[in-house]
Write a new protein. Structure first.
Length: 181
């Protein structure tokens, strides 16, 4: 069907669903998933999430502040793409895919820490096992405000739940991820 990584799904009704993914991929099924038709998105960004009020009205979001809005399927190619203007807050996203085997992606946004948007902050992104032992450090450096993505390869780890923690200035957040072999 597609060689693109799929990252999100929205079941709109018993017979209609939308799947989104890398390279702006939009796949729509109107027959309960038996067949899928690729829709033109007008973007090459990774699309991550969808939400629809009904069969025709909805929104798709993705990396770099991509927002697609449609009120009919016939005009989704002309949907508005809103450019990303930079983060105003710190955010640690859920890794994807999750569960993973053995590679997953972790995304985070660094907000402005002072009145000067170019000021960098010390960033540390580390992975821990459930006993709190540090498995690896993925990022440990000064970073400017912006959106970042890091690939984590768990090939040398056993199956299980791992915690990843982002610390940037006064901001700290942790999330769980599951490695399945």
């Amino acid at each position: 069907m597609t060689a693109n990584m799929l990252t999100g799904v929205c079941v709109i009704s018993a017979d209609t669903a939308l799947v989104v993914g890398a390279n702006g991929i939009l796949l729509r099924s109107t027959d309960g998933g038996i067949s899928w038709e690729e829709q033109e998105s007008g973007t090459a960004s990774v699309l991550k999430g969808t939400s629809f009020a009904d069969r025709n009205t909805g929104c798709v979001v993705g990396f770099n502040g991509t927002i697609l809005w449609t009120n009919t399927w016939t005009d989704i190619a002309e949907s508005e793409v809103v450019p990303w203007k930079g983060p105003d807050e710190f955010v640690l996203e859920q890794n994807y895919p999750n569960p993973f085997n053995p590679v997953t992606n972790i995304e985070y946004s660094l907000g402005v820490v002072s009145r000067q948007p170019s000021v960098a902050t010390r960033v540390r992104l580390a992975v821990y096992d459930l006993l709190g032992r540090e498995v690896t450090v993925l990022v440990n450096e000064q970073k400017a405000p912006g959106r970042y993505q890091v690939e984590f390869d768990g090939a040398k780890l056993s199956s299980g739940v791992y915690i990843y923690r982002l610390t940037a200035g006064n901001y700290t957040e942790s999330k769980r991820m599951l490695l399945l072999r």
